[in-house]
Design a protein around this ligand. Structure first.
Ligand code: I3S
Length: 128
């Protein structure tokens, strides 16, 4: 039974390592390129830093340049269909600007938490 819920307060910032690929950019299909990325959700901004796997190096270190930033306002998230990826636990994120990303983790609980956090961020910042 799922009784031991820990998250009573949702933090405004969330970070962790996820697998990510763009599939569409400005409305045009692009070739998949899955990569492991240090991922930060801060307010309505989702930020990916390619190849970063530790928070300490990302914030303080030499390769601190964000690789890619997504504006979540007006975007949407849903679980990706099997046609979008053969991988398990894949989120499809669409932005208002016409960029589509797939976000994945092998770990069920991690991707479920991200799904909740992204949905919440989109809902919270929808009308800004
Ligand atoms: O949707 P696709 O084209 O089947 O995606 C797969 C390919 O991008 C593949 O790379 P290349 O065909 O460019 O070598 C990737 O290695 C796969 O991971 C992609 O599919 P999944 O189902 O893993 O998202």
């Amino acid at each position: 039974a799922d009784t031991a819920s820990t998250g009573d307060m949702e933090p405004s910032e969330k970070c962790g390592v996820l697998n990510v690929t763009k599939i569409t950019e400005n409305g045009k299909k692009v070739r998949k390129n899955w990569m492991s990325s240090w991922t930060v959700l801060q307010g309505s901004t989702l930020l990916f830093a390619k190849g970063q796997t530790s928070s300490s190096s990302w914030f303080g270190g030499n390769q601190s340049k964000p690789e890619f930033t997504v504006d979540l306002r007006g975007g949407s998230v849903e679980w990706a269909s099997k046609e979008k990826s053969s991988k398990k636990h894949v989120i499809e994120l669409k932005t208002r600007q016409g960029t589509e990303l797939l976000i994945q983790s092998e770990i069920d609980s991690i991707i479920t938490d991200w799904y909740k956090a992204l949905t919440e961020a989109i809902n919270t910042h929808a009308w800004e």
